[in-house]
Design a protein. Structure first.
Length: 395
């Protein structure tokens, strides 16, 4: 699955968009509303992806793992709405493996909540796709990590999953949805980018998003083994996507590098498509066992789990958790290193607080991509405060 806050809809994500300005004003009036809950519905997954930052357990017909109970799900939604809840994201593990996914979707529709779903597509039948389409403002992303079966299945770890994923995408399109296709970049699939976009166009996708493989859990092992791309390669590919590739095709393309590396014209103005940012000030994660967490990172970092739905009221978790209040008081002034010196820090909020903490056990640590780029002398000097524009690659 994908890191929290990193999915992108057209026109959303930047603090200078009309929608985000409204959210910022709302925060002033309501003291940090809980805008969205990320439900990590399942501890299991039907794939064994090499790069997954959650690293769920592989589930088969003979071996299943815990899922979030419907009672917990309904209770959390009920408690969250007075705190400002407007939408939910369903992820996992694989969210469509939840035995009552139909009931979950029906409840979201009944509560008139915006719906976001992250899925590998394999279990996305036409019936489930139609239930998603019936919800308010549905946005579905499907992982597809190669333009052919051998590459996608190498990444995903299960033979036959390529064709099943394509059928899931077709079912979404037949239900009236235009999904976003997400490819996590690594050495094995980097030459598939253009072909993947062509495939996405033929399938009827709304956009393609290229994710950077994060150094968390299984992704950390990929970084150590050299199966990911170097920072030089990632910066070069990002420049090509932003300045050449995305302008040559009609399909919307998102390259998920930090905003400091994006052209301003691609983010702001009449033709801007927004930018990705860490949503940590307005979201909360719920793990499959009913625990509250910063996001899915709680699966790997115990101190970022804040309590349990059975023993803690959500209002107390949201308003009184020490780490959440530290973030509200400290972002963005306390960000350290290259992120503290960046002119774009109020846009991206450190890109991914969960990732930064996982790597350094420090809420204010710089993002791995920006730090690596700075060390190689690749961080754009025009995005640094004037007093920091002469930072050397050794700082």
């Amino acid at each position: 699955m994908h890191a929290c806050g990193n999915f992108l809809r057209k026109g959303e994500g930047c603090p200078y968009s009309e929608r985000s300005m409204s959210i910022n004003k709302d925060r002033e009036e309501r003291a940090y509303p809980l805008n969205q809950i990320y439900f990590y519905l399942t501890e299991g997954c039907n794939l064994r992806c090499r790069h997954c930052w959650i690293a769920p357990k592989f589930q088969t017909e003979k071996r299943s793992y815990p899922v979030l109970s419907m009672d917990f799900f309904r209770s959390i939604i009920k408690q969250a709405k007075p705190l400002g809840l407007s939408g939910v994201k369903l992820t996992g593990g694989e969210p469509l493996m939840h035995p009552d996914i139909d009931g979950i979707l029906e409840h979201i529709k009944r509560e008139n909540l915006n719906l976001t779903v992250e899925t590998n597509g394999i279990l996305c039948t036409l019936e489930i796709a139609q239930k998603m389409a019936a919800c308010k403002n549905p946005f579905v992303s499907v992982s597809l990590d190669g333009a052919d079966a051998s590459t996608h299945e190498w990444v995903r770890g299960i033979s036959g999953c390529f064709d099943e994923t394509l059928q899931g995408i077709r079912n979404l399109v037949d239900a009236g949805l235009k999904p976003q296709i997400i490819m996590s970049l690594m050495r094995r699939n980097k030459d598939h980018m253009e072909r993947l976009v062509q495939l996405a166009e033929t399938l009827g996708a709304e956009s393609v998003k290229f994710n950077l493989t994060m150094p968390i859990a299984r992704g950390e092992k990929l970084h150590e083994s050299g199966d990911t791309l170097t920072i030089e390669e990632l910066v070069e590919i990002g420049s090509w996507v932003e300045n050449t590739f995305s302008d040559s095709i009609e399909l919307r393309i998102v390259y998920d590098h930090p905003p400091a590396f994006r052209p301003l014209g691609k983010m702001f103005g009449d033709n801007g498509d927004g930018c990705s940012r860490c949503g940590i000030l307005g979201i909360l994660g719920v793990l499959a066992n009913g625990s509250y967490s910063l996001c899915g990172i709680g699966e790997n970092v115990a101190e970022l789990v804040f309590g349990h739905v059975e023993s803690e009221r959500l209002e107390n978790i949201w308003k009184k958790t020490v780490i959440l209040n530290e973030l509200r008081e400290g972002l963005t002034e306390r960000l350290e290193g290259i992120c503290g010196s960046c002119l774009m820090k109020n846009v991206c909020l450190g890109s991914c607080i969960a990732q930064n903490y996982y790597s350094n056990k420090n809420l204010w640590a710089p993002h791995w991509f920006c730090e690596a780029a700075q060390k190689k002398g690749l961080f754009p000097k025009t995005r640094l405060r004037p007093s920091n524009s002469n930072i050397s690659s050794n700082d």
